[in-house]
Structures are given as C-alpha cells and as structure tokens.
Design a protein around this ligand. Structure first.
Ligand code: A2H
Length: 256
C-alpha cells in the first residue's frame, strides 16, 4: 500500500435523516447542533456516481464524526480523519476534533443524499462485511451496475433482510445502466457475477477476478450512457465528472 499511493475522490453524502439506532446519540451531542454531517465515501470511479443505489459501512468497524468547521462535519474512520487532517481538509492542519464515535452497525438505515445519483430522494446506509477499516474512509458508496462487490452485497442483503435487520426495499433501489462496454454490455457487474457464477459476497477470488475484468473493460472501452458527459469515453469522462463534483462542493481529493 505504501508503495502505491492511491488518489481517491472523497464523495460527500449529506445525512438527511439519522437511523433509529443513532438518532439519540446525535441529538444529544451539543456540538452537532446546526452542523451538516456528510458521510465521506472513497471511490476510484467518480464517473459512476450517477448509479449509486445505497452506501455501505462495515458493521463492526469504528467510525467517528469529525469537525471540519462550524458548519460541516465528516463521518469516516478515525484513521481516515487523521490522514485528512494532514491534507488540509479540516479547518486546522493536523487537528481532527472528534464529536461522536460509534460502530458502523449504528448507522444502518440512515438516509443520505448521494451526489449525482438518479435516486434524488436519497439512499440508505447498509452493512457490507468486507469493508476494510484500513482502506479509504471505511465508507463505500454502492454502484451495483459497475462494481461486482457492490452487486454481490446488495443481492445478499435483499435475500436476507431480517438477518441484516434492514428493510428489503433499501437494498432494491432501481439499478440503471450508466456505462456501455463492448464485452459485458450496459451492466458489467451483474453480467460478470452471472458469467463467473458468483453466489455470495464471500466468494473472494472470483470477485477479485470480476472486479479486475469490470474495471479494465469499463476504463478502456466504456462509454458513458448518462449525465453531463453522456457519449464520452469513460477515460475522458472520469476526470471531468470528478472536477464537476469538486467544483460543486460535493467531493474533494483524498490521498493515501
Ligand atoms: B469503488 P482499491 Cl463502480 N473496503 O467505488 C473495501 N472496499 C473499499 C473500501 C474499503 N475500505 N474503500 C473503498 N472501497 C472500494 C465505486 C466502484 C469502485 C466501482 C467499481 C469498482 C470499484 C463504487 N463502489 O473499485 O483497493 C471502492 O469502490 C474497484 C477498484 O483502493 C473504491 O472504488 O483499489 C475501491 O474499492 C478502492 O479499491
């Protein structure tokens, strides 16, 4: 990891309504009065944000809410907050004041605004067991059309909503095609999940393979089907969508 610096896009998903398990903690935290809280999702594929259908956290991972300035706070892992503090993302360099702490499970059902998503009423926070605490922000926005991991996870969530303590509909928002590829059609992830006969999010090796195939095909051969850069090659659209998100205050550069 140290030898391969990653430049992520930190996408800001504003909290619209807190889930039942965290509501009280938030309303009893004085420092959060009048403060907008954003979940920060780390992505390498900003051009896919049109297709967000939910957002994942690791249920057993520790998260915090960190003060950016008097008006905004970011929700991510403490590890990511520390990195951000040294990238001048918070008001005071090197400082990342923590206003609340909890496990990911407390966030399930929280409603957030997913920038650029066709789902304008917001998307739900759902659990993903394979989220790593040691990568990105610990928040992974879900684009099931183009990410095999995301597709495998929502399929599993929708199969066992009681087990995961979620509403089935939260995992079943409409999936729209956002990128056309010559080899895997308009929905690369579901195509590859079927082709490689992947039955579960725990099918690690097959998912790694599907992820690599989808990523390469999308990046080198993909064409945008939606958004401001419709008909652009993905390679060209990617930096443009990223710039648009950043200029509109909906995202920032996050390195690790
Ligand atoms: B990507 P890399 Cl559409 N744990 O964003 C597990 N996965 C994480 C993570 C964490 N802590 N933090 C980020 N990620 C995911 C979009 C996407 C992504 C698409 C297709 C492929 C894809 C929507 N999810 O990633 O190990 C995030 O999912 C495949 C490369 O740093 C992030 O980009 O290379 C990607 O993994 C970063 O993975």
């Amino acid at each position: 990891e140290a030898l391969n610096p990653q430049e992520y896009t930190g996408v800001k998903l504003e909290v619209l309504e807190w889930g039942n398990d965290i509501k009280e903690l938030i309303s009893s935290t004085k420092e959060l009065e009048g403060v907008k809280v954003y979940m920060v999702a780390a992505t390498l594929r900003p051009e896919t944000m049109y297709g967000q259908t939910c957002c994942f956290v690791g249920p057993k991972i520790d998260y915090g809410i960190f003060k950016v300035n008097d008006k905004e706070a970011y929700l991510c892992t403490p590890r990511a907050a520390r990195n951000m503090a040294f990238q001048r993302i918070f008001e005071e360099e090197g400082k990342f004041p923590q206003l609340a702490s909890f496990q990911g499970s407390a966030l399930i059902g929280t409603l957030v605004n997913a920038p650029l998503s066709v789902h304008k009423d917001g998307v739900r926070i759902l659990p993903m067991e394979t989220v790593l605490a040691t990568k990105g922000t610990g928040v992974v926005t879900c684009v099931p059309s183009d990410s095999p991991d995301d597709y495998a996870t929502i399929t599993d969530l929708a199969k066992k909503p009681e087990y995961y303590k979620i509403e089935k509909e939260w995992a079943e928002l409409e999936i729209i095609p956002i990128i056309r590829t010559p080899t895997y059609g308009d929905m690369a992830a579901p195509f590859l999940i079927k082709e490689l006969k992947i039955a579960s999010p725990k099918d690690k090796d097959a998912l790694a393979k599907a992820k690599e195939l989808a990523y390469k095909e999308g990046f080198y051969q993909g064409v945008m089907l939606v958004g401001d850069y419709k008909d652009f090659e993905v390679q060209k659209a990617k930096p443009l969508v990223r710039e648009k998100l950043i200029n509109e205050g909906l995202a920032f550069v996050y390195n690790e």
